[in-house]
Structure formats: structure tokens, C-alpha cells
Design a protein around this ligand. Structure first.
Ligand SMILES: [Zn+2]
Ligand SMILES: [Zn+2]
Ligand SMILES: [Zn+2]
Ligand SMILES: [Zn+2]
Length: 472
């Protein structure tokens, strides 16, 4: 325990030793009232000794008044309230060497060094502390850095320029902190201009996810974390965004028509790419045949046979044929009627033969109503037709005008229908039944219905006749 106490080495006493003898405590009268402490001493410099790592060299502004000694303190806090080493002396000491045991205690720490006066009569009567130096000790117990500790706000009451002796502090940010760099906040007395600077910690980055490259249907995108404030990209934060994949939808490339197929395929909604192999045929729609009704000719207007046409593409399946006007059709011809009188129930046909003049005919009328082709037979190679008995039975008793109409003329004849003379002559009829088999239609000839049928009949007739001509 001899070396454990702080060992001091007086170094720079060379010149000072020539000066006045140091004031002794013995001179102080005990009876005197409590002395007023002087102003604190002022340390002008404390530096590490370049030769010894456990040695500090110190300079002080003065020795202090007579009757007062010096006291050094090493504290773990800058308010000097946590002493780990005190040294009292009546001599001013210019250097200090930290003992090994002290260094063991404070290695790796920051400690604070200051001096003050104490009165010879009592170490409790002291001045304020001198300016304070921070002393940094590394893990090996070596003094690595010493500097004036001036972070503490200056004590109040020492403003020379303010009316009440108090500093009045104004704070101003002189350097804004950034994400990575500290800022500086200055505190300045508006009276005396005394200034303290305080560090403002760096703000740190504010990361947010940012898409650098949007993903497409097929290509991946890229996102990363980027600082909202300074735009820095966080290293290693880059991530891949999966490709979105196509969004297929069926698209008609070519519309189908009545006869031609259309084409459809799957196309991506987003990028417009066509899905390979997705092309498909759309079946032709097929014609939508509609019947264009026949128009019967009148004395003044041409008629027209029934036609069949597609209402979508307007293609004719059956082209209507023009029908000549009634009554005034071309030249007049005779129509030989054989027999010219037909008795109901006779079950024989009636032949109509035009005289020479026209080779073909378009239709046949009875009392200017077109007769359906199913009601008569045509003889190949000629224009003779034969009304069937069943049809004849439907005709009312009386004389009827029969016309065979052709584009070049009309042959005209007359047919008389007679009622059967007696029940006996009508052998084929049922006994006691005055009405023939087809009698239901008798006297109630369905002309409008016949007219409608007639259009189709005419058409077929024309074809048939054309066919027969080709054959002949
Ligand atoms: Zn001030
Ligand atoms: Zn940033
Ligand atoms: Zn796509
Ligand atoms: Zn069509």
C-alpha cells in the first residue's frame, strides 16, 4: 500500500523553485472567521506526456492566494461529484502520474480532471473548480486523449454583459443533420456572445420499398429499399418481382360470315401477345334464309314469284321471277279445253292446249287466280297441261276462264263445270252422300290459300319446264 497511493512526480519545478517559498498553513490564524474562497484556479493546458503513457503534464494560471492549497480531483462524471482520486497539496503540481492500481480502476473509461483551492484551516473550505479536462484511458491503461471539457453549459450568473448577470441562451441549428451526418446546434448568449455547440445526432435512413422496374407479363421486375429522405438504396435490398404472367382473353380476329369461317385466338389483355397455338376457327354462320313472298300480278302491275334470300348477306337462294301483268299479257291465243264441259264426279282430267305461239308458260289461272302446280300435270315436250279430277272437284259449278300465261302471250279458254246429273251417275260416290270425296272444298274454294301455294307452284313449274326443255 505504499505505492498504491497516487504517486506524484514533480517535474517542472526548476524555475519555480527559485521563487518564493510556498505558503505554509501554519501561518493561518485559527481564530479568524471563515475565509472567503478565491476565484477558482484556471488550468491553461493539460496534455498527455509523450514519454510516459500514464503521465499528464499540466499548466495552471497561478499559485493561488496565500493560505490556500491546491486540490486535484479525478472524477468519473464531468460535474466532479464522483471522485475516484483526490490529492491535496500546498504545492502547485505540474504533472501527475497515474498509479497502476488507479489505472486498473479506470482503464477503458473517460475520467475528468480539475483543480480547486482549499483553505489551510479546513479542506472543506474550497473554491469552485477550475476548468475541467476529460482524460480518456484505453483498455491497456494508457492515456490516449486529453481535452478541455466544455460541453457543460456555463454556470449561470457569470454573464458580464447581461443586466442581471445571467446569460440568456439562444439556440440555433447551424448545421442540419442528415441521414448519415450529425448536425450542429449552437447555443449563444445574446448578451455576451458566449457560445456552446451541441451535436445533433444523424437522423438515420428512412427505408421504403420502391419498384425500380415494373414486372411485365414475361419479365421480372426489380424493387429495393430506398431512403425516402436521401434516395440512397439500401445495399443488398434489391429483390426480384415475379413476372405477372399473361392475361388471356378470347379475341375474334376475323368475323365469320354466312359462308366463310372466322378466326379467333387468345390474346393477352396486357401486352397484346397472341397465345401460340390458340388460334381457332369460327364456323361459318350459315345463311339465314327468309322467304320473300310472291307478289301476284294485276292488270296494271307485274307480279313476282316467291323468292328465298339470306337476310344477312342478301344472297338469293331462289331468285324471284317476274310475272306478267294479268289481262293484257302480250298477244292473245286460244286455249283448247278438252273436254270443255266437266261433270262433277266424272273422275277425268281436263286438258288445256294453247294454240301455237308460245313454247313456254309461267303460270295458269282460273278466273284470274293462279293455280297451284300440284293441281295439274304437264306433258313433257309440250305446253299441254291436265287439271286433275280432284282439283276439278273443288271448282264451283259454272263457267270459268282459264288462262295459260307466258312472257310472250296468254292463251285463253273456258271450262264449264256441271253438277252431276243424278246420284246414279256418280258411281264412285258413297251411297246417300251427295258430297264427293273432295266435296268439302266444293263451293268453298280456298282462294287465298291457293294463291299462296301458287307462288311456290309457279316457281317449281318454271324449273320443271326448264328441265324438260333441256331434255328435249
Ligand atoms: Zn452572456
Ligand atoms: Zn437517407
Ligand atoms: Zn401479356
Ligand atoms: Zn348469308
Amino acid at each position: 500500500m505504499k505505492k498504491d497511493t497516487k504517486k506524484r512526480i514533480l517535474v517542472w519545478l526548476l524555475m519555480l523553485s527559485l521563487l518564493l517559498p510556498l505558503p505554509g498553513m501554519t501561518n493561518v490564524a485559527h481564530a479568524e472567521p471563515t475565509p472567503t474562497p478565491p476565484s477558482p484556479p484556471s488550468l491553461t493546458e493539460v496534455i498527455p506526456d509523450s514519454g510516459q503513457s500514464n503521465h499528464l503534464i499540466m499548466w495552471c494560471s497561478g499559485w493561488g492566494p496565500e493560505g490556500w492549497g491546491h486540490m486535484w480531483r479525478l472524477s468519473t462524471s464531468p460535474d466532479m461529484m464522483s471522485p475516484i482520486w483526490d490529492d491535496f497539496t500546498d504545492e502547485y503540481v505540474n504533472s501527475v502520474e497515474f498509479s497502476e492500481s488507479l489505472l486498473n480502476l479506470i482503464e477503458g473509461m473517460m475520467v475528468y480532471l480539475a483543480a480547486r483551492y482549499f483553505h489551510g484551516s479546513s479542506s472543506d473550505i474550497v473554491s469552485g473548480w477550475s476548468n475541467i479536462y476529460s482524460v480518456e484511458i484505453d483498455d491497456n491503461g494508457a492515456i490516449t486523449n486529453v481535452e478541455l471539457y466544455d460541453d457543460s453549459p456555463p454556470p449561470p450568473g457569470d454573464c458580464l454583459d447581461s443586466p442581471n448577470g445571467e446569460h440568456e441562451w439562444e439556440t440555433e441549428v447551424t448545421k442540419e443533420p442528415t441521414c448519415t451526418e450529425t448536425g450542429v446546434k449552437s447555443t449563444r448568449c445574446k448578451h455576451c456572445g458566449k457560445q456552446n455547440q451541441e451535436e445533433i445526432p444523424a437522423l438515420g435512413h428512412q427505408w421504403e420499398r420502391k419498384v425500380k422496374e415494373e414486372a411485365s407479363c414475361t419479365e421480372p421486375g426489380v424493387a429495393s429499399m430506398v431512403c425516402k429522405r436521401c434516395g440512397l438504396e439500401k445495399s443488398g435490398s434489391e429483390e426480384t418481382i415475379d413476372p405477372l404472367g399473361h392475361q388471356w382473353e378470347r379475341k375474334v380476329k376475323e368475323e365469320a360470315t354466312c359462308t366463310e369461317p372466322g378466326v379467333a385466338s387468345m390474346v393477352c389483355k396486357r401486352c397484346g401477345q397472341e397465345k401460340p397455338g390458340s388460334e381457332e376457327m369460327i364456323d361459318p354462320l350459315g345463311h339465314n334464309w327468309v322467304t320473300v313472298p310472291a307478289k301476284m300480278p294485276t292488270a296494271t302491275e307485274f307480279g313476282q314469284t316467291e323468292g328465298v334470300r339470306c337476310d344477312m348477306c342478301e344472297t338469293w337462294l331462289v331468285t324471284p321471277q317476274q310475272l306478267p301483268k294479268l289481262g293484257s299479257e302480250g298477244s292473245e291465243h286460244e286455249l283448247t279445253v278438252e273436254p270443255s264441259v266437266w261433270t262433277q264426279g266424272s273422275n277425268v282430267s281436263v286438258n288445256f292446249t294453247p294454240d301455237t305461239g308460245f313454247a313456254d308458260f309461267s303460270h295458269v289461272t282460273v278466273d284470274d287466280e293462279i293455280v297451284d302446280e300440284s293441281n295439274y300435270d304437264t306433258r313433257e315436250g309440250s305446253t299441254t297441261i291436265a287439271f286433275r279430277p280432284a282439283f276439278l272437284e273443288t271448282m264451283p259449278v259454272g263457267t270459268h276462264t282459264v288462262k295459260m300465261v307466258s312472257p310472250s302471250g296468254t292463251a285463253r279458254g273456258a271450262l264449264e263445270i256441271k253438277a252431276s246429273a243424278t246420284q246414279d251417275t256418280a258411281k264412285e260416290t258413297q251411297p246417300g252422300d251427295t258430297v264427293p270425296v273432295t266435296g268439302e272444298d266444293r263451293g268453298n274454294y280456298p282462294w287465298p290459300a291457293l294463291t299462296l301455294l301458287a307462288a311456290g307452284g309457279i316457281l317449281l313449274l318454271l324449273r320443271k319446264r326448264r328441265l324438260s326443255r333441256q331434255k328435249s
